[in-house]
Design a protein around this ligand. Sequence first.
Ligand SMILES: Cc1ncc(COP(=O)(O)O)c(C=O)c1O
Length: 427
Amino acid sequence: MLHDQSHAIFSRAQQLIPGGVNSPARAFGGVGGEPVVFERAAGAYLFDVDGNRYIDYVGAWGPMILGHQHPVVVEAVKKAADRGFSFGAPTRAENELAELISACVPSIEMVRLVSSGTEATMSAIRLARGFTGRDVIIKFAGNYHGHVDSLLVAAGSSAATLGVPNSPGVTAGTTKDTLILQYNDVPGLEEAFAKHGSRIAGVIFEPVVGNMGVVVPSPAFLTGLRSLSQQHGALLICDEVMTGFRVALGGAQERLKIQPDITTLGKIVGGGLPIGAYGGRRDIMQHILPAGKVFQAGTNSGNPIATAAGIATLQELRKNPPHEKLEQLSARLADGLLTAAKSAGVPHSLSRVGSMLTLFFNEQAPHDWPTAAKCDTARFAQYFWGLLESGVYMPCSQYEALFVSAAHTEADIDATITAAQAALQSP
Ligand SMILES: Cc1ncc(COP(=O)(O)O)c(C=O)c1O
């Protein structure tokens, strides 16, 4: 496969843009080599600037559940553009999207639209602090909630280590009220609440983790999260930026029967355009300015074109729910990848929830960050490049989930499995 044009464009990008990318996950840092530069996308496929076609399992990192350029969404965006790009004032469409979000996710009684998942989580923890009058937020190692300063904290080694920042520029002061625990660690959670309960404003978590590869919560962990936070007057913040509308129409909270106080959304809620949202119990949401006193604002919040894409996507998901098809296709892919890894004799495990899945190069499926960190990332890189050269575009890190979309077909899945067999067989 030729990548001459990609190489030329990426070389120039490195002169113009730090690292040549506008978000680090795109830079192929986890697999080495240069990223592919894309020209267009349609359905389940991406086309690069050298004319190569790929079956896409990144889906723009999650939003494209309907596939690229779904006609209903394209039409809605065109119509919205004809009416004007941005008003910075209320529109009817914002009500419509808010109603759709609440209809899909009943724990969201009121919702505020923002422009990214990061803005949603940043605002949600501010709200939790403003509502409770407390400072501490619990976060789990290996969970990613966007580049919010106080959530950019590395794993602590013990169950209740107060946060240490993991990016230069994030001050120790900013993260001193972030408590890092291990995912699925119920005793650690109990200990943290026993020790710091009266200071804890909220617990933020990924209900199915996508950001250390797919990691599944245990039922005891989910029960512990709800009961301990409730018992101690802390808010439970379910970060469904990745899982929302994907693992079920009502997100992971529907699938896993979780009742959070606040939910954060992004990705699918904007149908591929920049939207985030946070919402939850009415009495909590009423604390946001101008209804209440917790400040949060945005020039582009509720942008009419992005809102139109979100409405069209959610309407389509409600009208023609793809989740059963996604389940079948994803199970087919998972079975094929497992068989391919087994016959290649590669140590592996696979975790899947709905259309999110990860093939781990380690025989134990991870349940937290320390177990995820044991994977053979060099073997993953080899697998990734083998697939890419066969026209399959997977997330470029062991620690990401791949996404199946409604536009994928059984033929796409089978072609992917054939490519994976070859990529895994090569020494
Ligand atoms: C669970 C989760 N929360 C928050 C975010 C941040 O969203 P954004 O990249 O739109 O700021 C992400 C991004 O991948 C995410 O996966």
